[in-house]
Ligand binder design. Structure first.
Ligand code: CA
Length: 221
């Protein structure tokens, strides 16, 4: 899962980035409203965390522009404490949830997990397909109750496929969501990664659709 973090306060941004990466997300950071608007418009993110008080272009304006140009990724806004007007404005502009500052990191992570899940139609924090269960809180994968011991990168791949069960995911989309903007992007690295996850799971879960991509069967579109 790839998240765009928009925060001009360097210290807060760094704290959040570290927490997000620790929770298995790939993170791009934007420091002002114009950069945020551009990044959110050209890159494909699974969610955005958007501070509202930003230089150059405020967060509400950024959010409105994203929504006007058809960007549908779930957005968690960071608001000033006690500012209910900001919250209302943010939700009206298309935010999916809000978190007043200051906040505890576990709450930010929980709200982020929830908006990502809702955006793909998953109600529970544990996603199960057949004998495979992915726990998005503990970042673990079990096969028939046994820990599959995936690495962070292997977990990210499987989490993306299982969040989007029922849809064929092209390798290019996986690259976009598993690596940050400046990382090496090679399609065969996805093939290798899929192979490793398949071996560790030991059950048939990830199907290859030649020429199209990868599919985990499931009811969610
Ligand atoms: Ca700010």
């Amino acid at each position: 899962m790839k998240v765009l973090l928009v925060e001009d306060d360097v210290r807060i941004a760094e704290d959040i980035r570290i927490a997000l990466e620790g929770a298995g997300y790939v993170v791009d950071v934007a420091r002002d409203g114009e950069e945020a608007w551009f990044q959110g418009d050209v890159e494909d993110y699974d969610a955005a965390i958007l501070d509202l008080g930003l230089p150059k272009l405020d967060g509400i304006a950024v959010l409105k522009r994203w929504r006007e140009s058809g960007r549908t990724m779930p957005v968690l806004i960071l608001t000033a404490r006690g500012s209910w007007g900001e919250r209302v404005e943010g939700i009206d502009a298309g935010a999916d949830d809000y978190l007043p500052k200051p906040f505890q990191m576990p709450e930010l992570l929980a709200r982020l997990r929830a908006i990502v899940r809702r955006s793909v139609g998953q109600a529970s924090s544990v996603i199960s397909v057949g004998s495979v269960s992915l726990d998005t809180r503990k970042m673990t994968v079990e096969v028939a109750g046994k820990d599959a011991k995936l690495t962070a990168q292997e977990y990210r791949l499987l989490a993306y496929l299982m969040h989007h069960a029922g849809r064929v995911i092209p390798a290019t989309e996986l690259i976009d969501h598993l690596y940050s903007g400046d990382a090496e992007r090679a399609e065969n690295s996805i093939e290798v990664l899929v192979g490793r996850v398949r071996r560790k799971l030991g059950v048939k879960l990830i199907n290859t659709r030649r020429g199209f991509g990868y599919l985990v069967e499931g009811e969610h579109a």
